[in-house]
Ligand binder design. Sequence first.
Ligand code: AHM
Ligand code: MG
Length: 338
Amino acid sequence: MLKFKTLGQFIIEKQADFPFAKGELSRLLRDIGIAAKIVNREVNKAGLMDILGQAGSTNIQGESQQKLDVYANEQFIAALRCGGECCIVASEENEDIVPLSDQAKYIVAIDPLDGSSNIDVNVAVGTIFSIYRRVSASDCGLSDVLQKGSEQVAAGYVIYGSSTMLVYTTGKGVNGFTLDPSIGEFCLSHPNLQMPRTGTIYSVNEGNYVHFPTGVKQYIKYCQVEDQATGRPYTSRYIGSMVADLHRNLIKGGIFIYPVTASAPNGKLRLVYECNPMAFVIEQAGGRATNGSDRILDLEVTELHQRSPVFIGSDAMVRRAEAFMAAAGELTFNDYSL
Ligand code: AHM
Ligand code: MG
């Protein structure tokens, strides 16, 4: 008698929540899970293999070597192509949309290996994915991808960390699965994840402090002030892998901010395959995600690789940061002096 539930079993069970479901979304999630296991296998032996070479370099057999993010992109696209349930993939690694099956109902947006600059130093990286229902009746195209985040039917991430986890939502809460390498299955380990309403961790690249908007500078100062009642000073934790930073904050409570800066006037992170899926997960866990004033999931999407500032995490902390932004009366970088 099995004492655990695998991702596959869980997905099939949850299909009953959607009485008219034909199993396509379930199969799509299964395909993402399979690709995640393949990527996990390569990430885990990254130090052993010659896989760390730059894309475009050649190995001793004259075969071209690929960076892990290129490899991950290929694996996810191959799994989605093979599964047949995806009509378009939009990926951080591809300038344009990748058309797959025009018969299929779903769009997948993906950051195949987020935080990939961390691979070379053995730090956690992740995959972020987002699923939409196509809106076109035929000839699916870019307009199917440019939907607001609130239209997502499912989203999630995989974290390749000290263990590998897949965390996802279909809009009915958030569930986390840990990969048991001995049986090669993701097993339900974190059912119904709830983000603490507040926390004591703030995650922001403080090296960019001088370039931050005044509201963000003031919020950071607020985090650093001694105050017993609110548990300040807070702890600063910034890995540089959004998936890992947000996963930790989801479990422990905290806020992650990537604001506009002088060099990134629209923020750094991408709306379609980074901010929207993470915002869907965090909201479903009881947290909050905005661009400093407006809900991420309600932002108009006009470009495939559109960027957005993001304030995401525990509800009370994000609201507090927004209050500092509103009080400073600006959303754009304009003050080097504070
Ligand atoms: P990537 O998708 O090219 O890996 O970039 C996204 C990453 C996020 O995971 C992380 O939060 C951020 O970039 C770190 O940026 P910075 O080094 O500017 O702090
Ligand atoms: Mg990324």
